[in-house]
Write a protein that binds this ligand. Structure first.
Ligand SMILES: Cc1ncc(COP(=O)(O)O)c(C=O)c1O
Length: 337
């Protein structure tokens, strides 16, 4: 069915994740049919999209004798938490460089990072270059002590990580067959672009006739075109020289970063509340909630028509919801708590 031979992966997540139709959302979405790929159900500590990437990255790291995974992200990074969980499962060390000051309640992903035994270095900055410098310094220190560290890029977005969502497309093919159709669009949130790159690669490998769209929750469309192209180029170099996917094929819906990365407007928070109480589906404010809100707005704007079938990938992020508890109490739930 596809000539590409996937490199080794370590199966750590609960796959295949189900695809569910959100029947009760049809009126809200003007008759556009919404299906959800429940990648929030890949696990508990491993919940979300990152584990699909890390299954390939960890397999390669073990083959190379790596004993320490170093990575970076925000203080509530889902990717950092998933890396900590993978390391704990495989008996590796995880060292997380997190942009934040550690202030506030110890909750969500940061709490899990500590519980999972990761070393955490908090750096009070949002400057990604500064975090990268700290990762490089740490890697040098580990090497001097005789360890074999590997630096994983933010969001595990490299060619090896992209294999995870190419593989997810393979997983979805029989699911689409069961449903009796291929969705018109597959939509996801973009934070570092690796999920989108993987989906594009999978679409090409398996000749899937549907459009892949990402909604950026930080930065802007040109940034993601650059980042995704970089991953595609790396994939060409490492795995498949005749991969055709390129910058022109990248579809990003820009304009929904709102008040900023990991910041939520009242409208976004209310929308998440509405979806949760109408359907039982819980989204996180940083990634899936923002992207799903954007999808709804784009439906209102006429980008998607009645009868279109959209598969939204729920990429996880539940632990990133809890630090929003105070804001929810103040702005959305009234005096409830
Ligand atoms: C919950 C969640 N959804 C979506 C994304 C975006 O994925 P990517 O970084 O591959 O663009 C991330 C991470 O950035 C995430 O943690």
């Amino acid at each position: 069915m596809c000539a590409f031979e996937f490199p080794k992966r370590i199966p750590l997540s609960q796959l295949p994740t189900p695809i569910e139709k959100l029947e009760r959302l049809a009126p809200l979405f003007n008759g556009v049919e919404i299906y959800i790929k429940r990648d929030d159900l890949t696990g508990i500590d491993l919940s979300g999209n990152k584990i699909r990437k890390l299954e390939f990255i960890a397999a390669k790291a073990l083959q190379q004798g790596i004993d320490t995974l170093i990575t970076a992200g925000g203080q509530q990074s889902n990717h950092a938490r998933a890396t900590a969980a993978v390391a704990a499962r495989l008996g590796l060390r995880a060292h997380l460089v997190l942009g934040g000051d550690g202030k506030g309640a110890l909750t969500g992903n940061l709490l899990l990072d500590y519980l999972l035994g990761a070393e955490v270095t908090l750096v009070p900055t949002e400057d990604l270059d500064a975090l990268t410098t700290v990762m490089q310094e740490l890697a040098n220190e580990y090497r001097k002590k005789g360890h074999q560290p590997e630096i994983l890029p933010m969001g595990a977005s490299n060619a090896t990580g992209a294999l995870g969502y190419a593989h997810a497309i393979a997983e979805m093919l029989p699911q689409f067959e069961g449903l009796g159709f291929i969705p018109d669009y597959i939509v996801a949130a973009a934070g570092s672009g690796g999920t989108h790159a993987g989906l594009m690669i999978g679409k090409e490998l398996f000749k899937l006739p549907c459009e892949i769209i990402s909604i950026n929750v930080r930065m802007d469309a040109p940034y993601f075109v650059r980042e995704i192209s970089r991953v595609l180029d790396e994939f060409r170099n490492l795995y498949l020289s005749d991969l055709q996917a390129c910058a022109q094929d990248i579809h990003i819906v820009d304009g929904y970063v709102g008040t900023g990365y990991a910041q939520s407007t009242l409208d976004e928070l209310r929308f998440i509340h509405n979806v949760a109480r109408t359907t039982g589906l819980v989204l996180d404010p940083v990634y899936t909630g923002k992207a799903f809100y954007a999808l709804w707005r784009e439906t209102q704007n006429g980008r998607f028509q009645k009868g279109n079938r959209i598969l939204f990938i729920h990429t996880g992020g539940i632990y990133g919801l809890f630090p929003f508890g105070d804001q929810y109490a103040r702005e959305v739930l009234g005096s409830k708590p």
